[in-house]
Design a protein around this ligand. Structure first.
Ligand SMILES: [Zn+2]
Length: 508
């Protein structure tokens, strides 16, 4: 099976922020998960580099626009490297192959009559780079920018959207989880109750030069959304590329809710008009709201994701994002909530479990995984819990139920911690006749850790790798895929364990 996951290409008028980081971490965790499932996986991100806002941002800092976009696009790549984002393709809308692709598709749509020339007067928001209808405004203002739009009248090219409106409504109704979660599907069906206006897909060069020239009229550049959405095909070398044949249409887009309309309406209609199958899923998440209250000095007021990872640790930040936000709903970011998660879930629950289990194995078993003996009901229960946890995780994670999937893992962490208390290995150690029982208990703790190391790989790759190292797993065991890695008994008795630093130091 093929799995193609995309983030939006991020607009380079500003630096990467928490919202970008969330989308990208989700995409990365899913890409890692699907690779572990043995699926051929392609993960694409990139930067959106044309349009008014980019020109303006470059002017503000006094840089030629190309230099400016190179700089900010580089900043995004550095941020993703700093969060261990394992993307396969990074698309820039200024790259030559993208320019060619946009012009090809525009030319084709023009030739087949999907694009026409006309005059349009309307209310234009320069911030959004789009026209608004009266009814879309709030108190006469742009709902995003809270500024009144300007009336402008000009000749432009228009894309016939209405032609495909009925098809789109039918398609959404036929595939109820195409847009998920459901609330966003309903929002889109709501938009579609009104007749779709044709989309103005050009901007006159006298107003905006920084864009892709229309192949059929040199006086115009393409509307930035028409340009940007096509990046999802650029990264697959559409139309001839083997990657396109292989990965389309098994594509899943990840977006934040502010760009729902272009992705749920313009994009499928563009694909339909171009004769390309629709994508598999549009996955829509909410906003990170910043909590009232101060951020620490080192973090500053605008939280840079890279800085956050430098201060708190990459895996810690990845875990927090996935654990804290229900996919589709808004969530609140505060440094305090992050610190609480780190101390409670990571340092206390998981970190202590790892340290205790390994510590006892060194103390009572010479740092070697012991041979388990006869099983008591509580040992069988640990094995059963491990298998159930794995089954639940494998079901929940690809359905974007990240907090539930992680909470399920932490139930198992709790179970192992209680198992240690109930079996009290330190008591068994005092009794020469209890040595076989001690070996069984220690083995179950260590094998439980091996399950955790396997399950946490998509979410916390570095920590999972360290756990595997401490458990003495060799390269072939570490590269086992799901579900082979999740069969009880994978840790071979006699394996030499390794001592190491605590995984998650407690924050004071
Ligand atoms: Zn606006």
């Amino acid at each position: 099976m093929a799995f193609y996951i995309t983030t939006p290409i991020y607009y380079v008028n500003a630096e990467p922020h928490l919202g970008h980081a969330y989308t990208t971490i989700v995409a990365d965790a899913l890409a890692r998960f699907h690779r572990l499932m043995g699926e051929e996986t392609r993960f694409q991100t990139g930067t959106d580099e044309h349009g008014d806002k980019v020109m303006e941002a470059a002017r503000k800092v006094g840089l030629p626009v190309k230099d400016f976009v190179d700089r900010i696009s580089g900043r995004f790549r550095q941020t993703w490297d700093g969060l261990q984002i394992s993307y396969d393709v990074f698309v820039r809308t200024t790259q030559a192959s993208h320019l060619r692709l946009v012009q090809d598709i525009l030319g084709r749509l023009y030739d087949q009559g999907d694009i026409y020339f006309g005059e349009y007067g309307g209310l234009y928001c320069f911030g959004c780079e789009r026209f608004y209808l009266e009814r879309e405004l709030e108190d006469g203002k742009c709902p995003d920018h809270q500024t009144p739009p300007t009336f402008i009248k000009e000749e432009n090219y228009f894309f016939r959207m209405g032609r495909h409106q009925e098809w789109l409504i039918g398609f959404i109704e036929d595939f109820p989880d195409w847009i998920r979660p459901e609330r966003y599907k309903n929002e889109v069906l709501g938009f579609l109750r009104e007749p779709l206006e044709d989309l103005c897909i050009s901007r006159p060069k006298q107003r905006l030069e920084w864009g892709i020239t229309l192949p059929f009229d040199e006086r115009y550049v393409a509307y930035v959304w028409f340009d940007a959405l096509l990046n999802y095909l650029t990264g697959l070398d559409y139309p001839e590329g083997a990657a396109f044949q292989h990965f389309w249409p098994s594509v899943q887009h990840l977006i934040a809710k502010d760009i729902l309309k272009p992705h749920a309406i313009y994009w499928p209609i563009m694909l339909k008009a171009a004769g390309i199958d629709p994508f598999r899923h549009l996955n829509v998440h909410g906003y990170w709201q910043m909590a009232e209250g101060k951020m620490s000095k080192s973090l500053g007021n605008v939280v840079e994701p890279r800085m956050l990872a430098e201060i708190y640790g990459i895996d810690q930040v990845r875990y927090f994002f996935l654990r804290e936000m229900v996919f589709g709903l808004d969530a609140t970011f505060s440094e305090e909530a992050l610190r609480t998660r780190i101390n409670a879930d990571l340092a206390n629950d998981l970190g202590n479990l790892v340290a205790r289990s390994l510590g006892m194995a060194f103390k009572y078993s010479q740092g070697v995984a012991p041979v388990p003996g006869d099983l008591e009901p509580e040992d069988k229960e640990v094995a059963a819990q491990a298998q159930d946890t794995a089954a639940d995780f494998l079901r929940l994670f690809p359905e974007l139920e990240f907090p539930k999937a992680l909470a399920r893992i932490w139930e198992f962490v709790g179970h192992l911690n209680r198992y240690i208390v109930a079996t009290a290995p330190w008591e068994l150690a005092k009794d020469p006749n209890a040595q076989p029982r001690l070996a069984t208990v220690l083995y179950h703790q260590l094998e439980g850790l091996r399950f955790l190391a396997a399950l946490l790989r998509p979410v916390m790759p570095t920590s999972a790798e360290k756990m595997a190292e401490y458990l003495g797993l060799d390269a072939s065991q570490r590269s086992l895929l799901f579900p082979e890695a999740l069969v009880w008994g994978g840790l071979a008795p006699g394996t030499t364990l390794k001592k190491g630093k605590p995984l998650f130091p407690r924050l004071e």
